[in-house]
Design a protein around this ligand. Structure first.
Ligand SMILES: NC(=O)c1ccc[n+]([C@@H]2O[C@H](COP(=O)([O-])OP(=O)(O)OC[C@H]3O[C@@H](n4cnc5c(N)ncnc54)[C@H](O)[C@@H]3O)[C@@H](O)[C@H]2O)c1
Length: 323
């Protein structure tokens, strides 16, 4: 397949690019390069890879790329923002409106769209029941609201759209993010020998970046459409369990519980729909933590560099002209 991946230079996109190429597909990357592309240089010699720098809001630029692809995997988004940054309008513009417009272009050119959504659209767990794809969305953050809005718009336009509600990602990627829960606490435990934890009892679900990429390919190969939770029932865990897994890897460290902060997510997600089709994850949380510790132990890496945390310097990255 010829696959256009928007946001292919990001944390998830760089892993997807790698897997899709290894599986023999052609990848057309499209990214505004908020985090640079040094980590993508090794793809440039691959004859099945081409890259275009651009903004998903530049519809004239992206349309010919959609036209020449078989499938569009739409990842480009602003996944998380520090509370101090007031960029809600841009989040709706990029995460919702541009995504719906890209779906419209897919409809026009009869291409399949795969939309990267998130289990965060489910919001808080109100009872003890597990959440399935049939459960009502109850997004509580701006990010989740923009994704829920995009899902609705895309599905209205493209009945064969594939909506992937991913668990929270973790694990090593060439474009590392240390603002994701498992990655952040692994880094702090390893480097500072101390972590800060809030709401240790809440339930969250996690998935390794590589399994996210495998999940998308699996559903595409099986010609699926509609909403799929992508993750694994076994990786629904509370935060305390993650802390124990890190301790297994690196030994003991100090834990400071922050009582004033609350996690806006608390849920147990049911992943039977994808599992019953024959999909299973390959990377366990313990292995993902081990990979990250190996990377953290390499010389010359500063995991506290601002570039590994999304968007403290966001405004200067909002450059529409990306030629
Ligand atoms: N990381 C997670 O835990 C997680 C979980 C569920 C869903 N997702 C979804 O997966 C996708 C990728 O997330 P990520 O963790 O890789 O984030 P990331 O920030 O590492 O990557 C996002 C990429 O999109 C690009 N981008 C942003 N706005 C753009 C625009 N307007 N035009 C072109 N490119 C643009 C950025 O340059 C970046 O390379 C997002 O849609 C996110 O919502 C991520």
């Amino acid at each position: 397949m010829d696959i256009l991946i928007t946001g292919n230079c990001g944390y998830v996109g760089s892993i997807m690019t790698d897997l899709f190429l290894k599986e023999g597909h052609k990848v057309i990357g499209y990214d505004i390069l908020m985090h640079g592309k040094e980590h993508m240089i090794h793809f440039e010699d691959n004859e099945n890879y081409e890259f275009h720098k651009g903004d998903t809001r530049d519809f004239d630029k992206i349309e010919p790329l959609i036209e020449k692809s078989d499938v569009v995997v739409h990842l480009a988004a602003i996944p998380r923002v520090d509370d101090c940054l007031d960029i809600e309008p841009e989040m709706y513009e990029i995460n919702s409106n541009a995504s719906i417009e890209i779906a419209r272009l897919c409809l026009k050119h009869d291409k399949k769209i795969v939309f990267a959504s998130t289990c965060s659209v489910y919001g808080m767990l109100e009872d003890d029941n597990e959440i399935t794809e049939e459960s009502e969305a109850n997004p509580t953050t701006i990010y989740a609201k923009t994704k829920a809005e995009a899902e609705l718009g895309i599905q209205r336009l493209c009945p064969d759209a594939l909506i992937c509600r991913f668990a929270t990602a973790y694990g090593f990627s060439p474009r590392m993010r240390y603002d994701l829960f498992i990655n952040e606490v692994t880094r702090d435990a390893y480097v500072k020998k101390k972590i800060e934890l809030f709401d240790p009892k809440v339930w969250r679900c996690f998935i390794n970046t590589k399994d996210m990429a495998r999940g998308v390919l699996f559903l595409l190969k099986n010609d699926k459409s509609g909403i799929y939770n992508i993750g694994s029932n076994d990786q629904n865990v509370n935060k305390t369990k993650i802390v124990d897994s890190i301790k297994n890897e690196i030994g003991d460290f100090q834990i400071d519980i922050l009582r004033e902060k609350k996690d806006p997510r608390d849920y147990r997600i049911n992943f039977d729909k994808i599992t019953n089709l024959g999909f299973s994850i390959e990377k366990e949380i313990q292995t993902g933590i081990k990979d990250m510790v190996e990377h953290l132990s390499l010389p010359g890496i500063n995991p506290y560099d601002i570039k590994y945390t999304n968007y403290k310097k966001l405004p200067e990255r909002f450059v529409k002209d990306s030629s």
